[in-house]
Design a protein around this ligand. Structure first.
Ligand code: SF4
Length: 195
């Protein structure tokens, strides 16, 4: 679409939507949102749902995320999938510290977000005490649909730059809560998201 059509459709704001006047920052955010790689890091039962999200039926490769990286230095999303024990907390923080900037965190499931039913001294009562959380995915466990919803929300925040604005405001993570989405029957194909 040409500049004239952009301006016709969007007024002066349309000047942002073409390759001559678009901002490099927008291009970087766009490419980051479509090539974010998660760290291989599962802690408990929620990790099974995270693995299912990466498998053929849900297939997060369509979001550019099929490569779960074994090295934190090649990952930029940490999905905290499961309860975090006090013993594991320093390890989790070390993995987070080893990830390259910019990096983002999804807290998957009630145990990671609040300790869940493990209200005891052995379990961290919320992973936000250890790392800054950007998106909370609810459920026990969250369905793959819910995790994909959290991932897409995160990608949207990265693409618009909203995540960095929120981080500046809060001084910690973006702190976004998504709603839970029930599982679709295995016989029903999962619809591809359109972006
Ligand atoms: S939220 Fe439920 S499924 Fe996830 S780690 Fe806790 S008990 Fe397991």
């Amino acid at each position: 679409m040409g500049i004239v059509q952009d301006v016709k459709d969007h007024g002066l704001g349309g000047l942002d939507h073409n390759f001559i006047t678009g901002k490099v920052e927008d291009l970087i955010n766009w490419s980051r949102s479509r090539s974010s790689w998660p760290a291989s890091f599962g802690l408990a039962c929620c990790a099974i749902e995270m693995m299912a999200t990466g498998a053929a039926h849900y297939d997060i490769s369509r979001f550019g995320m099929e490569v779960f990286r074994a090295s934190p230095r090649q990952a930029d999303i940490m999905i905290v999938a499961g309860r975090v024990s006090q013993k594991m907390a320093p390890v989790l923080r070390q993995v987070y510290d080893q990830m390259m900037e910019p990096k983002w965190v999804i807290s998957m499931g009630v145990c990671a977000s609040s300790g869940g039913m493990f209200n005891n001294y052995a379990i961290v009562q919320g992973v936000d005490q250890i790392v800054p959380v950007d998106v909370y995915a609810p459920g026990c466990p969250p369905t793959p649909e819910t995790l994909i919803h959290a991932i897409e929300t995160l990608h949207g925040l990265i693409e618009t730059g909203e995540i960095t604005r929120r981080r500046r405001q809060t001084g910690v993570g973006a702190n976004v809560h998504v709603t839970e989405i029930p599982a679709t029957p295995a016989s029903v194909p999962v619809l591809l998201a359109v972006r």
